[in-house]
Design a binder for this molecule. Sequence first.
Ligand code: C5P
Length: 219
Amino acid sequence: MSDFIAIDGPAGSGKSSVSKAVARSRGYGYLDTGAAYRALAWHVLDRGADTDDADAVLAAASDFDLRLGLDPDDRTVAVGESDITTAIRDPRVSDAVSGVARVPAVREQVNIFFRSLVAAAPYPAVVVEGRDITTVVAPDAPVRILLTAAPEVRAARRAGELAGENAAVVAEALHKRDASDSAVVDFLNAAEGVEVVDSTELDFPQTIDAVLAVIERKQ
Ligand code: C5P
């Protein structure tokens, strides 16, 4: 049974790249829970269904063959035989994913999937990143971290990742997604016992070190 290293945070906080680097440096597994929600949003769109229609989302979720591994060096995401590793990062998926993630029965179903993946993981621990890992998926995890950064810093980082996209458009989309996501789970404020790592003034290696320091202290 692997331990959860639970890391939550808003879009553009750097949690994916930091979580992956932390997993690599410790020889842990890595689970990107946002990728599962994105894959489901892709699957709903692929069926031509409406991602804001809870019944259509549930129907898609009951016929959802998601393949998502825990190797931090292999981020392949597939649904059935379709490799959607790149497609789930498309703006059309980013814009649709909050609708899918807001359906409570969907959240319960994916949470069971996440817990079973970690339970069967061939690693001493798995770094699990998302929005509700510290509070809902693994509230008893030995290490629980909220990774934050100022909104303008997050928008600038995300615009840098999406080369060619207009920075103001990226900031607006990020703000919209955070607003609708935070109506479902509060990932902007740390729950009791959750350690905050604010990366506003930190570069990437410093953020990794700050997270590793929390892990060393808590484990
Ligand atoms: O982390 P990422 O930005 O890829 O997550 C994509 C979307 O998945 C979020 O905007 C949110 O709607 C949803 N999500 C969630 N709970 C999680 C992880 C992601 O609702 N634990």
